[in-house]
Design a protein around this ligand. Sequence first.
Ligand code: M6R
Length: 368
Amino acid sequence: EKGGHEYFMLKEIEEQPEALTNTLRGHFESGRIILDEQRISDQDLRDVDKVFVVACGSAYHSGLVAKYAIEHWCRLPVEVELASEFRYRDPVLDRDTLVVAVSQSGETADTLEAVRHAREQKARVLAVCNTNGAQIPRESDAVLYTHAGPEIGVASTKAFLAQIAANYLVGLALAQARGTKYPDEVAREFAELEAMPAAVQKVLSTVDQVRDLGRKIAESKAVLFLGRHVGFPVALEGALKLKELAYMHAEGFAAGELKHGPIALIEDGLPVVVVMPSPKGRAVLHAKLVSNISEIQARGARTIVIAEEGDETVRPFADELVEIPAVPTLLQPLVSTVPLQVLAAEIARTRGYDVDKPRNLAKSVTVE
Ligand code: M6R
């Protein structure tokens, strides 16, 4: 049942192209993005003036990724909030607020309570969920199902990538309703999403390289992750995977923050994973990150760089280089996350831990 793999997580990592294909299927018909269930009128969708994404763990990271796309496409302010904090700080909600609740299981208590709070305040709630008929979609005004298939590994992989794709569909549906994107632009964005399963398939060719790398750094005390723009939530996700699977101290930082404190952590041999933006798509950020890497390398860090293929400028500063295919900037998390998943799983396996059932964790957290 593990499809010849030592652990489910690796199988699920390899199922990611299919999870994306299945999640996108049927959501662009007759030139329009469509949701699975929509009990919000088109007019109400047009009237939305603020979006909150509420979620936990990896689902929260998928929301952080989506913020960049939704703000850019819809010209709407988007706040991404940990579901466990949301209702305790009296968020400003009304009929024109759209709350997007992202949950693989659809049963996470923190997210469910955030949904209930939002509805009491008359906000509209849209659920992005991987489980048909779960409680969160049942209590929501609209639903978009991810079709990642059942996820056995406690660490989210294919559901996470599917959540990013589904959140992007939510963004396109909003842009379409609000008219901030012309129909041909929506069609083009959807076509770019449809090309992503092939790009993820390509990045899977790095699995052996990354597993080797994982074995080499498995005895480290800590690992830091750096990124900028959409690479920042990817860094957070890479750190979460490593914490939950390998029980290692791991932290993700926005690379621009390095000089405001975290650079003090750099010491000889410390592995630092850097998620590089595209040298063409985000040239200014790329240059800044190259300079960050040279600084940390000069202070002894072991740099592990995830960069677009053909990115030569970064090569001199990369102790290890993992190449990912060139894709549109907003979609890069769908490929750059994959090596980080493999890295965490392999470090955990090398340290002798159960990759599919990390200690102290449950697949679905139904207590607040
Ligand atoms: O089922 P949910 O998406 O609501 O779960 C949210 C988190 O508990 C979940 O993403 C958790 O952080 C994973 N173990 C991360 O790998």
